[in-house]
Structures are given as structure tokens and as C-alpha cells.
Design a binder for this molecule. Structure first.
Ligand SMILES: [Zn+2]
Length: 173
């Protein structure tokens, strides 16, 4: 009798722990997988780790970060970008970027209408994830991608210049 009670208490405890761990995992996972700038899910192939005005973000794509830096006037530092071919994070200074190809995971996943569009004037043509920026480990792989999906070849310097452009700067509350 006593062992049966102990056993059922143990089973009950085990279930409670499993449930708590499961829901913590779900909440945590979901929180980690949404871009804080666009509200879109973060795709492993296009994500970026950046610092904007001293704050660290994991974003759905590098474009989000560039737009944010431009709109707030805060300095942008790109820490890591995902290699589009392997989803692994890589040094942005060594990456070859394809800008404005026909491939955009962010807009494909959730169109502009459902994004929060924080701090932006809502123009119909504006999307904070467009034109897309994808990172490749070599010039050859980037050029091969462009041959299939279009876009322009860029290095980090060129992209950072876009982040510094003063036009479109808005005041954040
Ligand atoms: Zn994005």
C-alpha cells in the first residue's frame, strides 16, 4: 500500500516536471525564434547576429538590422551572419553577400501585412526585410546563386554604407 502511494506520488511529480519543462521549452523556443525587429520567425539560413547602438539582436535577416540602424541613426555592428548554404554562423567580413535576389525567406514566410513594422511609416512598398540579403562563403558560390536567382554581389563594407544613410531617419519614443 505504502509503496503504491510513494509510486503514484513519484509518477505525479515526474509528470508535473515534464509538463513544466515542456512548456518552458515551447515558450523559450518561440521567444528565441522571432525577430525582435520584424516580428517574423527567424530562419536559420538567413539570420544575423548584430549590435545596434550597443544592444545585441538576433534578426531574421541582415536587412532588418540595416533598416533599424538607418531609422534610428544608431551604429550597426554585424557580429555573425548565417551561411545561406549551411545555416552555420560565419564571420561577415569573409562573407560574399547577394542583395536583392528573388529569394526572400522573410517575406515568403509572412507578408508585410502581418509584421508589426515597428517604427516605420507604413507605405505599401516598404518591407523591412526587402531587398533580401543572403550570405555565402565564397565569391564563386555567391555568383552561382546570382546566375539562378538574380541580385547583386556585395561585401560587408557596401552593406554597412546603406545602414549609415541618413534618409528615412525617425525618432523612436
Ligand atoms: Zn528579415
Amino acid at each position: 500500500m505504502r509503496t503504491r502511494i510513494v509510486l503514484s506520488v513519484l509518477i505525479g511529480l515526474g509528470m508535473a516536471v515534464a509538463l513544466a519543462a515542456g512548456s518552458w521549452y515551447l515558450i523559450h523556443q518561440r521567444a528565441e525564434k522571432v525577430c525582435p525587429l520584424s516580428g517574423r520567425p527567424i530562419e536559420p539560413q538567413t539570420r544575423a547576429l548584430v549590435m545596434i547602438g550597443g544592444k545585441k539582436y538576433e534578426t531574421c535577416c541582415l536587412r532588418c538590422a540595416i533598416i533599424e540602424a538607418r531609422q534610428t541613426g544608431k551604429p550597426l555592428r554585424v557580429l555573425k551572419v548565417a551561411n545561406f548554404e549551411t545555416s552555420k554562423l560565419m564571420d561577415p567580413a569573409r562573407a560574399w553577400f547577394v542583395e536583392g535576389s528573388s529569394v526572400n525567406f522573410c517575406t515568403r514566410m509572412s507578408p508585410a501585412a502581418t509584421s508589426r513594422g515597428e517604427g516605420t511609416v507604413y507605405l505599401r512598398m516598404f518591407d523591412r526585410c526587402s531587398p533580401s540579403i543572403l550570405a555565402f562563403p565564397s565569391e564563386m558560390s555567391a555568383r552561382a546563386f546570382i546566375a539562378q536567382h538574380g541580385g547583386a554581389l556585395k561585401r560587408l563594407d557596401g552593406l554597412l554604407k546603406e545602414a549609415k544613410s541618413a534618409s528615412g531617419k525617425v525618432q523612436r519614443p
